[in-house]
Ligand binder design. Structure first.
Ligand code: DSN
Length: 415
């Protein structure tokens, strides 16, 4: 029972270095966030020791009274937060949630319509290298070349032609509002179910900063660690009539013992998400994204679809002749962490790419507002416009650190 720093100084040092990295760099990865101290405490608690296969009140192990309390609270709070009919809080990750959802309502070989990964979708929405693309007949839909947004008329055409059993709607790099109501209408016309994967925008949906998919979806999956700002993990929400199929598909269908410490932390995050502060935070994420996008546009960068309605934007670097890979590597040396990303009709490979994705959840959690977004946009622009000059990256690194110092992160944590 020795402390980590004594038991395993190498891991303790790596954790400490990661804390310092998070403190001292500007993190713009659209899918990341900083969980609260309470969420992290719950996530590293003694519930990690407990096996609890099954569900509250019907477990395959004894000694589950207290983990049952945590799982019931997580379910109830998530249900209330989103207005969902049924919730399963056990999925370990977004892809596992999607797998369980597919297994609940589809047979191998059934047809899924999902957003093309290269146009902003997710691996688990039917990429050929993922289980989803290998097990199901995938019919992708795209954004248009002109507006660089979803074209619902084209989506309807594809649905009429292919008669999917399931339409998956949701994205990992799409900067615009998704019209869940129209997707429902398309699905109803062809007799398909709708699954909304709101991993990126869950926090926004919870407070009305993005329209909710709940009235229009049979199943909703989301991770809990992105805009929702909880622990790493996922949940599935669904209509009451699918509750049993979803629960069976998670356990015993695709998972064994749930991570009870993660479920406790999800419960904490859902409680936090019902506060007025969380609501303000989500709307500030969107205002910050808009301010950053506007300044990048003023600085002559091209944004996919010309801007953003949510927490992220995609910058096309074709005109500048810079790859996404060179951009994210150089920006990291300048103290700014973001990721390269395919843009639609990208001539480069997924490992190189012609774009970068920028998101505001992390910097907004630090308390930054529109004024700081302008400063960050200018730092990014300075680096990208002088990408071969290492001195420029070094100078921006000093500015990035100064900005981070004004918005301290986890001031009381030591590791
Ligand atoms: N890998 C996540 C992202 O960065 O968007 C999605 O799961």
């Amino acid at each position: 029972m020795r402390p980590l720093s004594v038991e395993d100084p190498e891991i303790a040092a790596a954790i400490h270095a990661e804390l310092e990295r998070q403190r001292n760099t500007i993190i713009l990865i659209a899918s990341e966030n900083y969980a609260s101290r309470a969420v992290m405490e719950a996530q590293s608690c003694v519930m990690t020791n407990k096996y609890a296969e099954g569900y509250p009140g019907k477990r395959y192990y004894r000694g589950t009274a207290f983990v049952d309390v945590a799982e019931e609270l997580a379910r109830e709070r998530c249900q209330k937060l989103f207005g969902a009919e049924h919730v399963n809080v056990q999925p370990h990750s977004g892809t596992q949630a999607n797998m369980a959802a597919y297994f609940a309502v589809l047979k191998p070989g059934d047809t899924i319509m999902g957003m093309n990964l290269a146009h902003g979708g997710h691996l688990s929405h039917g990429s050929p290298v993922n289980f989803s693309g290998r097990m199901y007949n995938i019919v992708p839909y795209n954004v248009t070349r002109e507006k660089e947004m979803l074209d619902y008329a084209e989506m309807a055409e594809i649905a009429r032609k292919n008669k999917p059993q399931l339409i998956v709607v949701g994205a990992s790099s799409y900067p615009r509002i998704i019209d869940f109501k129209v997707v429902r209408e398309i699905a109803d016309e062809v007799g398909a179910l709708v699954m909304a994967d709101i991993a990126h925008i869950a926090g926004l949906c919870a407070v009305g900063a993005h329209p909710s998919p709940v009235p229009y979806s049979d199943i909703i999956t989301t991770t809990t660690h992105k805009t929702l700002r909880g622990p790493r993990g996922a949940v599935i929400m669904c209509k009451e009539e699918l509750a049993q199929a979803i629960d069976r598909s998670v356990f015993p269908g695709t998972q064994g013992g749930p991570f009870m410490q993660a479920i406790a932390a999800k419960a904490v995050a859902f409680k936090e998400a019902m506060t007025p502060e969380f609501r303000d935070y989500q709307f500030q994420i969107v205002r910050n994204a808009r301010a950053l996008a506007e300044r990048l546009t003023e600085n002559k960068f091209d944004l996919v679809s010309g801007g953003t309605d949510n927490h992220l934007m995609m910058v096309k670097l074709l005109k500048e002749g810079i790859t996404g890979k060179l951009a994210d590597e150089t920006l990291e040396r300048a103290g700014i962490t973001l990721n390269k990303n395919m843009i639609h009709f990208d001539p480069a490979t997924p490992f190189v790419t012609s774009g970068i994705r920028i998101g505001t959840p992390c910097v907004t959690t630090r308390g930054m507002k529109e004024q700081q977004m302008v400063e960050i946009a200018d730092m990014i622009s300075t680096v990208l416009h002088d990408i071969k000059n290492e001195e420029t990256a070094k100078a921006v690194r000093v500015q990035a650190k100064e900005l981070c110092d004004q918005f301290p992160l986890y001031p009381d944590l030591t590791c």
